[in-house]
Design a protein around this ligand. Structure first.
Ligand SMILES: Cc1cc2nc3c(=O)[nH]c(=O)nc-3n(C[C@H](O)[C@H](O)[C@H](O)COP(=O)(O)O)c2cc1C
Length: 270
């Protein structure tokens, strides 16, 4: 399976079949998570938690007691860094047939944070269950997927732009970037809002966040920046597969953009 096929085959798994992961599988996932670095170079501490032992729960998850969670210092770009690294872990587990769901809201957050030993100045952005997908989704899962139209995404031309926000990009014009952009298009995002907008300008690919209402908390924490980290991850994985070298840049190119849209980061093709 190539990277685009892997991304297309992934979906959030909320109903599991009850089979526990082996210790070896858990160690492999933790080892992988520990070796992934984001372009932001912010350290993340990963733990695999047992829901029964630590009193954890998520009302949307059935059939597994195993969760993975990460914590880090609450620093600028923590959201994007976490999104980037955790999504690499999600794709790693997906390739092994192990299901995940990004969970930032529907959980007993206090219990998870206690189990992670969260300290002053730290944040635990999201968690995910780990397990084998059940053959049949729970009714709640089916309803949730319908509610956010989880099986569809915005059209390519609505997300990707050619030089300016005025000009949509089509797959033909995207050329060698088309598959990596298609991987961005199919990324998971909070409430499936797909906040990523990407402007291709010369040999540089600029990522912007189109903000939806209700995702920024009083202390400035922005859940949709996690989605942006996921988008950066999918693009990087797509380009790696094509053996194309890219360089990460944090340099606003000054392209005129809508008021609800902010610059996040760029990748330059080298
Ligand atoms: C940052 C983030 C937070 C999310 N939080 C939740 C959550 O709290 N509960 C939940 O059931 N799904 C959550 N999701 C999963 C999304 O609803 C899901 O990715 C999206 O609907 C697309 O569906 P898919 O992952 O099956 O492609 C979250 C996803 C992301 C990226």
């Amino acid at each position: 399976m190539n990277a685009l096929e892997l991304v297309r085959s992934r979906r959030s798994v909320r109903s599991f079949d009850g089979r526990p992961l082996s210790e070896e599988e858990i160690n492999e996932i933790l080892h992988f998570a520990d070796t992934v670095e984001s372009p932001y170079e912010l350290p993340i501490i990963w733990k695999v938690l047992n829901a029964k032992a630590s009193g954890l729960s998520s009302p949307v998850i059935t059939g597994t007691d195993t969760y993975i969670a990460g914590k880090m210092q609450r620093l600028p770009h923590a959201e994007e860094a976490f999104g980037y690294v955790f999504e690499r872990v999600v794709l790693f587990t997906e390739a092994k047939g192990i299901g995940t769901t990004w969970i930032g809201g529907t959980m007993d957050r206090g219990a998870f944070e206690r189990a992670m030993g969260l300290e002053e100045g730290e944040v635990m952005p999201c968690v995910s269950p780990l397990g084998y997908p059940a053959r049949k989704m729970s009714l709640r899962e089916t309803m949730m997927r319908k509610g956010v139209k989880a099986d569809s995404r915005l059209p390519f031309e609505a997300l990707f732009l050619d030089g300016s926000f005025e000009t949509p990009l089509n797959t033909e014009k995207a050329g060698e970037l088309a598959d990596a952009l298609e991987m961005v298009r199919w990324a998971p995002s909070a409430v499936n809002k797909q906040p990523w907008r990407v402007v291709i300008s010369g040999n540089t690919v600029h990522f912007y966040e189109k903000k939806s209402k209700g995702f920024i908390s009083a202390n400035g924490w922005d859940m949709q920046k996690i989605d942006m980290g996921i988008a950066l991850c999918h693009f990087a994985v797509g380009m790696e597969e094509k053996k194309k070298k890219i360089e990460f840049l944090l340099e606003d190119p000054g392209i005129a953009h809508p008021a609800d849209t902010d610059y996040i980061a760029s990748y330059q093709l080298i």
